[in-house]
Ligand binder design. Structure first.
Ligand code: NDP
Ligand code: MG
Length: 384
């Protein structure tokens, strides 16, 4: 029986992961969330966990009341997340928090020798070099949860990494596929949250609308699979059935297909290498009839372009585009800026930043902080 911990258990990925855990008798030792104390308490009781962490300290009392009389240790803040990451006797820590806040606990779990199931792509985007180096040093495995990266990971099984020619990273294109900038000026939050194929948390749904998500995934793929930017081709595939593919030196292309349901990659990451029953719809290719493929529009989608530029130049720049995007998306969701401002702010932060090599965590944290500061200052300036 496997034992896991789940950071971000109350979110879209976290709740689906707990369904997988329940179906396959996976033991859950600890859970963490940001502020949703009531769902966190409910999950803690259902899974009989030993530890819970609520990031926001002002929710601790609320959580204490909800868990009164139970032997569950309550933690909070980054310290709490890191304590959970440092627990022993855990086979896999699922990191499904949103944002680069997931980086430090991931590094802690790796130092502890705990394998990682990684949904939180911002971790690899910002601190990829540190994470991969630490994982190699500590003999820790990273199982991708992101559907495209799970697909690539599956296509690599039984093959030699050095014989990979190229990765084909598919993208749904999001709700604004085919639109030009002039048609995106008045996009509302509700329009941007209306994803055609996937139901996900708000931040990643906005990232899918700007194509930032594909840019983040491009960087994530480079770190996970050790490929260069020129070895990744992004292909728009509206149906989200072919989740990504790998082209080998012999011109064979191996792809992974399935219905768009995150339970498949979550289960594969948690139960690897087992392939057992998963409670999702079966894929019927004849129901789809046609699968379509197209090139992305780099002119319209600034964030995608910015991510590729950032990782090509490397160092602290990926942390800058990520930090700027996190701040810009939060501001868009709260009605402070328009949809197209997200791309402008991400590109602006990138142009404004003096690139540095990443040697330690502080290099990443300070690049992130300066990008957020740039975005908030620009938003203040835009108001005037
Ligand atoms: P959600 O917004 O649905 O959930 C985020 C989760 O993280 C919640 O449990 C939230 O708690 C928790 N959280 C946020 N901040 C903190 C913090 N500081 N400390 C502890 N917990 C925190 O996001 P998703 O599940 O959609 O996405 C999670 C990650 O997975 C993202 O990185 C995303 O890009 C990636 N991903 C998601 C996919 C999807 O289908 N949803 C697909 C592929 C990747 P609370 O509920 O209290 O706010
Ligand atoms: Mg994805």
């Amino acid at each position: 029986m496997k034992t896991i911990t789940v950071l971000g258990s109350t979110g879209s990925i976290g709740t689906q992961a707990l369904e997988v855990a329940s179906k396959h008798n996976i033991k859950v030792k600890a859970l963490a969330a940001h502020s949703n104390a009531s769902l966190l308490a409910q999950q803690a009781i259902e899974f009989d966990v030993q530890y819970v962490c609520i990031y926001q300290s002002d929710k601790v009392n609320n959580l204490k009341e909800l868990l009164q009389g139970r032997e569950i240790e309550i933690l909070s803040g980054m310290k709490g997340l890191k304590s959970i990451a440092a627990l022993d006797g855990v086979d896999i820590m699922l990191n499904s928090v949103v944002g680069m806040v997931g980086l430090e606990p991931t590094l802690t779990a790796i130092e502890q020798g705990t394998d990682i199931a990684l949904a939180n792509k911002e971790t690899l985007v910002t601190g990829g070099e540190l994470v991969i180096k630490a994982a190699e040093k500590n003999g820790v495995k990273i199982f991708p949860v992101d559907s495209e990266h799970s697909a690539i990971f599956q296509c690599l099984q039984g093959n030699k990494r050095e014989q990979v020619r190229k990765i084909i990273l598919t993208a749904s294109g999001g709700p604004f596929y085919g639109k030009k900038k002039s048609q995106l000026e008045n996009v509302t939050v509700a329009d941007a949250l209306n994803h055609p194929n996937w139901s996900m948390g708000n931040k990643i749904t906005i990232d899918s609308a700007t194509l930032m998500n594909k840019g983040l995934e491009f960087i994530e793929a480079m770190h996970l699979f050790g490929v260069k930017p020129e070895q990744i081709e992004i292909v728009i595939h509206r149906e989200s059935v072919l989740h990504s593919a790998v082209e080998y030196n012999d011109c064979s292309v191996i792809a992974q297909l399935g219905v768009p349901d995150m339970k498949i990659p979550i289960q594969y990451a948690l139960l690897y290498p087992e392939r057992v029953e998963c409670p999702v719809r079966l894929l019927s290719l004849t129901d789809y009839g046609t699968l379509t493929f197209a090139r992305p529009d780099y002119e319209t989608f600034d964030c995608l372009r910015a991510c590729i530029k950032a990782i090509t130049l490397g160092g602290t720049l990926p942390a800058v585009v990520n930090g700027a995007n996190e701040a810009a998306v939060e501001s868009f969701l709260s009605g402070k800026i328009g949809f197209l401002d997200i791309g402008k702010l991400v590109e602006g932060a990138l142009e404004n930043h003096q690139r540095k090599d990443v040697n330690e965590l502080d290099d990443v944290l300070s690049a992130d902080a300066s990008a957020r500061k740039y975005v908030y200052n620009e938003i203040e300036r835009m108001k005037k």
